[in-house]
Design a protein around this ligand. Structure first.
Ligand SMILES: CC(=O)N[C@H]1[C@@H](OP(=O)(O)OP(=O)(O)OC[C@H]2O[C@@H](n3ccc(=O)[nH]c3=O)[C@H](O)[C@@H]2O)O[C@H](CO)[C@@H](O)[C@@H]1O[C@H](C)C(=O)N[C@@H](C)C(=O)N[C@H](CCC(=O)O)C(=O)O
Ligand SMILES: Nc1ncnc2c1ncn2[C@@H]1O[C@H](COP(=O)(O)OP(=O)(O)OP(=O)(O)O)[C@@H](O)[C@H]1O
Ligand SMILES: N[C@H](CCC[C@H](N)C(=O)O)C(=O)O
Ligand SMILES: [Mg+2]
Length: 494
């Protein structure tokens, strides 16, 4: 990549130490001094903990040959100043990796809950329809069958473009991507040419970061206002798939210039679910779309999974897959790891591991359990540290309102004191309404030892996670494993 191409992509406001753009050759783009090689273009990003502008001398020492900055820096090598370095990072990543999203069908899914589930549903349909698929999201980034571990639900712009490039080199033609609100605010998804954007829902979460629901909604809305605005995007039309039963969804309809397909149970939904039957075995409903009714029977449980299925239907239809094909693929999907995952046992206890970590998620999952539970509902739940503290008492109240036996415990305490998190959860609750067992393994074991045949035990908050973050350390921890080894040990004792 040479200086002329870079200049064209980022429109610098000012330059320093540049005599010839043509002779300025760049071998790599990076925003991280830890990955700089000789001939790198280093982009200074002001982060939450570190300001890349303070790392310029280190970058030069390590071989950078061009610096992109938005604040005044001192450097004896070429510098380009731009208004927003995060945008420059996205623009140069797209340029460097040759705009890979332009070569594939891209679906972006945003919303408080249901992103991972919906992207997996979409992937399953696309795969069944003969596409080569990829996923970017919370659990992993996936290229065909290869699963690549990930830190963020939505990676930074450079990592994303690199990943998309790898996908396109491996003949992946379609990618379903979770787009978090953090990512949208931080411009991590800039430059991705989405064909379809999906809005699942919006409810309280992440207020430690967005502060108000208005700002949180604004963050989510960016996926829709930016739909069709990426660099050299593919052909129109772009489509927004929007949950119209969520009042934030209705606002989104006006924020996008793309075609809209709404979904929900309300009469005005273009993709509407009717005649709903939910049981512990699965979920049945009629899907009304364009004056036709399709009977649907999915293995996944709960009203919220009907919403996820409707969203996936809309996204796949917008990508050109026939309704019957979409539905038959959705019907085959067994479920998604850690989402309403039933843990088999011989004790006749329905044990469910679920990733509900928001008030809305927990309420939905508990209401679903309540629809089929005949005896006690145990709920083992905690709240993550270094995350929205205002959701803690709300989640605890929901647990005590719906479940009958409540055990509050730790989630990922991170750098917070787990006892303080538990104090915040239980403030305002009658202490007779719950028990408190800080150690998560002991809490799960306690619920299983007290439950009797016919009871349901819901273990919420960590789903697929196979770790627990205490302080800054990740320890191996897996809810499903804890349940299985409890029953194995019990059987051995008998
Ligand atoms: C608060 C937050 O969003 N942080 C994200 C942010 O990191 P940061 O702002 O702290 O970055 P920083 O460490 O200050 O570094 C600033 C700059 O200096 C550079 N640097 C840093 C150190 C160094 O030695 N050399 C160097 O060059 C960095 O590469 C960067 O360019 O940018 C990083 C790169 O994109 C992210 O990995 C990181 O996510 C952290 C790990 C995180 O926990 N984020 C959570 C809150 C998050 O984003 N969650 C959402 C999911 C939410 C949902 O479920 O809805 C997600 O998408 O993951
Ligand atoms: N459409 C939905 N509406 C409300 N709750 C849902 C919905 N789909 C899933 N849930 C609940 O939320 C939990 C998390 O689901 P999922 O992982 O699909 O969401 P996510 O949006 O990807 O979450 P994250 O923000 O952590 O990436 C599930 O385990 C379930 O309890
Ligand atoms: N993507 C969410 C996941 C939360 C999962 C929960 N187990 C926790 O650690 O709070 C977040 O980072 O806020
Ligand atoms: Mg997710």
């Amino acid at each position: 990549m040479n200086g002329l191409q870079i200049k064209k992509a980022i429109h610098p406001l000012k330059v320093q130490n540049i005599t010839s753009y043509e002779s300025l050759e760049i071998q790599q783009v990076t925003q991280d001094t830890r990955t700089i090689q000789k001939g790198s273009c280093f982009i200074c990003i002001e982060g939450a903990t570190i300001d890349g502008h303070d790392l310029v001398s280190k970058a030069i020492e390590q071989g950078a040959s061009l610096i992109i900055a938005e604040k005044k820096i001192t450097a004896a090598i070429p510098v380009m100043y731009v208004y927003d370095t995060k945008k420059a990072l996205a623009q140069l990543s797209v340029l460097f990796y040759d705009n890979p999203s332009k070569k594939m069908k891209m679906v972006g899914v945003t919303g408080t809950n249901g992103k991972t589930t919906t992207t997996h549903m979409i992937e399953a349909v696309l795969e069944k329809a003969g596409h080569q698929t990829g996923i970017i999201g919370t659990m992993y980034n996936k290229i065909g069958t290869e699963k690549i571990p990930t830190i963020n639900t939505t990676p930074d712009a450079l990592t994303t473009q690199k990943l998309l490039k790898k996908m396109s080199e491996q003949q992946i033609d379609s990618c379903a991507m979770e787009v978090s609100s953090h990512a949208l605010v931080q411009g991590r998804a800039w430059g991705i040419d989405f064909d379809v954007a999906v809005f699942t829902n919006l409810s309280q979460d992440h207020l430690e970061y967005h502060h108000t629901m208005t700002d949180y909604f604004y963050a989510k809305s960016l996926l829709f206002s930016q739909l069709g605005n990426s660099y050299e995007c593919k052909d129109y039309p772009k489509t927004a798939i929007i949950n119209c039963d969520d009042h934030y969804g209705r606002k989104l309809e006006q924020l996008t210039a793309a075609n809209v397909l709404t979904f929900g149970v309300s009469e005005e939904a273009v993709i509407q679910a009717k005649n709903i039957h939910i049981s512990s075995e699965g979920t049945r409903f009629d899907l009304d779309f364009m004056e036709k009714t399709y009977p649907v029977k999915i293995k996944m449980i709960g009203m919220f999974n009907i919403y996820n299925a409707l969203a996936s239907f809309g996204a796949c239809y917008a990508l050109g897959i026939k309704p019957n094909k979409v539905i038959s693929a959705l019907e085959e999907l067994p479920g998604v790891k850690g989402r309403f995952e039933l843990v088999p046992n011989q004790a006749d206890i329905t044990v469910i591991v679920d990733y509900a970590h928001t008030p809305d998620g927990l309420e939905n999952v508990l209401q679903t359990v309540k629809e089929f539970a005949k005896k006690d509902i145990y709920c083992v739940v905690g709240c993550g540290g270094d995350r929205d503290p205002s959701k803690r008492p709300i989640m605890a109240k929901i647990a005590t309102d719906i479940a009958t036996k409540i055990i509050f415990t730790s989630d990922n305490p991170r750098t917070e004191d787990p006892e303080v998190i538990l104090d915040q959860m239980t403030s305002g609750l009658d202490s007779r309404a719950y028990i408190r067992v800080t150690d998560r393994k002991s809490a799960i074991e306690r619920s299983l030892s007290e439950a009797t045949p016919g009871d349901v035990v819901l273990i919420a908050g960590k789903g697929h996670e196979n770790y627990q973050i205490i302080g800054k350390t990740k320890h191996h921890f897996d809810d499903v494993e804890v349940v299985m080894s409890y029953f194995e040990n019990k059987n051995r004792r008998l």
